[in-house]
Design a protein around this ligand. Structure first.
Ligand SMILES: [Zn+2]
Length: 300
């Protein structure tokens, strides 16, 4: 099928012309960049904790580091958006705000409520939390959580504070390895539970392990999600399409200098070269159908 709805935004949402285009250039600090080309850093966080579990430590950040990073977001003049807001702007062709950035959290660790939310609320920064519904504490718990997770009351408080709640599957499997029925259930059940608990079904999704293939992207779309995030350690761009927007990993070793470069979409190639090698290796493993071994347990 040539009209691949998964790989691009629908027509009509293209670059504004004339006055709108000039306004956009003004908003991006005078750089003559078409909105289509504007890179947007989508920051991917996991746990925010002083003493995370061993399994989540490398991809966690300390509460102090997180507070410092959010202070940088503000100091750099960045404008955080939720995932749904960015996708909507790219879908309709509306210009982006100055220095757009997305702050996202995967899995649903309790520290997001305990440590991140007060900072986000204080600075009025929108964010998105992608929850693995079967990992959340309480009545839908399916076991297997790698660390202390949110409960549904905390998820509701996050949502009430303006944090977008997105889906991240029910049990965090490697989605591309699932039979069609199980794949559909993982996506639909997650969406159903969030909808039932919050009163609003999620429209955004993030792939467990940051990885998807075409079949998974189609299933995510069929389940009712309007956009989905991957991991690529490059900035997101409109041309990536709504179901393959890339994110950059923020981890315990990410210092202020690298974080500043993330915000400015600068020189990420060297900093993330090891990640890219791993991602490529991972793809090869999958292609040869040996992916049952959890090669990159900590990704995504
Ligand atoms: Zn995850």
């Amino acid at each position: 099928m040539s009209g691949d709805l998964l790989s691009r935004y629908p027509p009509g949402g293209g670059a504004p012309r004339g006055r709108a285009a000039r306004a956009t250039a003004g908003e991006t600090g005078g750089r003559a960049r078409r909105p289509d080309d504007q890179p947007v850093p989508i920051l991917m966080y996991h746990a925010v904790a002083r003493s995370p579990a061993a399994a989540t430590r490398a991809l966690s950040v300390t509460p102090d580091a997180f507070a410092g990073q959010m202070a940088m977001v503000t100091a750099y003049g960045c404008t955080p958006l939720t995932t749904a807001q960015l996708a909507a702007r790219w879908r309709t062709g509306r210009p982006l705000p100055p220095r757009p950035v997305l702050i996202t959290f995967d899995d649903g660790y309790e520290g997001v409520y305990r440590h991140a939310l007060p900072v986000l609320a204080e600075l009025a920064l929108p964010a998105t939390v992608f929850v693995t519904t079967g990992w959340l504490r309480g009545r839908h718990e399916a076991g297997g959580a790698p660390d202390r997770m949110l409960d549904w009351g905390q998820v509701r408080e996050l949502a009430a504070a303006g944090v977008e709640i997105g889906g991240h599957s029910h049990t965090h499997p490697q989605l591309d390895q699932l039979a069609p029925g199980r794949l559909a259930t993982e996506l639909a059940y997650c969406r159903e539970l969030v909808g039932a608990e919050l009163g609003t079904a999620p429209t955004s999704f993030a792939y467990p392990f940051g990885y998807s293939d075409r079949r998974v992207r189609q299933a995510v779309r069929a389940a009712g999600y309007a956009q989905s995030l991957a991991v690529g350690n490059v900035p997101a761009r409109r041309a990536q399409g709504p179901y393959a927007l890339r994110r950059v990993t923020v981890r315990r070793s990410t210092g202020p200098e690298l974080f500043g470069r993330l915000l400015e979409c600068r020189a990420l190639t060297r900093a993330y070269a090891p990640d890219r090698a791993l991602t490529r290796g991972y793809a090869v493993v999958r292609r040869t159908r040996q992916a049952r071994r959890k090669v990159l347990r900590t990704r995504g």
